[in-house]
Design a protein around this ligand. Sequence first.
Ligand SMILES: C[S@@+](CC[C@H](N)C(=O)[O-])C[C@H]1O[C@@H](n2cnc3c(N)ncnc32)[C@H](O)[C@@H]1O
Length: 360
Amino acid sequence: MAGFASMMARLIGSLHARTLALGPAWSAAMTQMMDAWIAQALYVVVKLGIPDELGAGPRSAQELAAAASAHAPTLERLLRTLASVGFLAVDGEGRFGLNRLSRPLTSSAPDSIRPAIVMWGEAFNWATFGQMLHAARTGERAFDRAFGTGVFEYFQANPEANAIYNEGMTTLAAVGQRKAALAYDYRGLRTLVDVGGGHGSTLAAILAAHPELHGVLFDQPHVVAGAPAHLEAAGVAARCEVVAGSFFESIPAGRDGYLFTTVIHDWDDAHALRILENVRRAIPPRGRLLLVEVVLPPDSSFHVGRLIDLQVLVMHGARERTKEDFVALLESAGFRLRRVISTTTPMSVVEAVPDGTPAR
Ligand SMILES: C[S@@+](CC[C@H](N)C(=O)[O-])C[C@H]1O[C@@H](n2cnc3c(N)ncnc32)[C@H](O)[C@@H]1O
């Protein structure tokens, strides 16, 4: 199954490359650049709440603009473009409607990806990509160049952006890291600390699937403030402690499981090492460290992790890693990589134990 997922990802990558190669050579890069314009149109329409409005049935551009307090002629052009590439249906009276591809853009769809689209289109991400050239020239973080501060400091100071980011991450977790984390066999563990666990949606799903397991959700104070609702909705609040703090200072000690889902990839090697050294101080001799991350192939074959690598590059000045990179990083922090478990998502579970732990 895991092999199937990575095979599909590679297939999609190579199909994409071949589709671009079908036209004249000059058109491939042009098409690629223009796709970015569609991405921003998609964000604008989603941010204005148009897909939700269409949940009640087809509407004209004028009706939609009135409902969204938007400029009707401009909105109509965006809607026509999105319809032309398959994201909206248009009926005989020129009214726009939802189709298979736009239904997940509504808030109420069970597979809604609305919060992720909003997160990626917001200025904090879009303007950051605009500073990639600066990052390439200097090795500095594009985000800091665009906003004059680090990304997590920015979210701390901007509650609205912080909410958008955390909701976006929770949505991505549902299709990626949460599924990957659930693939791990937690039997035998008593307490799992989800470090940098955000609003706790992943930990809540793990606890719901493992009634004997206890949890500790650990993240920054302004982030864990949004956690109780998720834990209560999943019916696991009584088995889950919520702890606020910084993993650069200390991590709740003495538990037997430590989980990081897409956290280490936010940091360059020096910072990642500091975090892992703090886990090493906290973890008992037979504890388990689990990193849910993309594990990049060592060659240049397509993997969606290569795109995520660009995202963490501009946002965090950080990187995705190969298995060899994880081995080296973990060894420097006093851990031994035990195995890499592939999942049906682009992410794997990297399992490590404190060095000196006997092999099973
Ligand atoms: C990419 S998000 C991943 C969130 C969650 N694990 C998931 O998979 O959806 C990175 C998380 O690291 C947290 N984080 C950043 N700096 C931190 C710090 N110094 N201490 C604890 N958590 C931190 C962020 O608040 C955020 O929730």
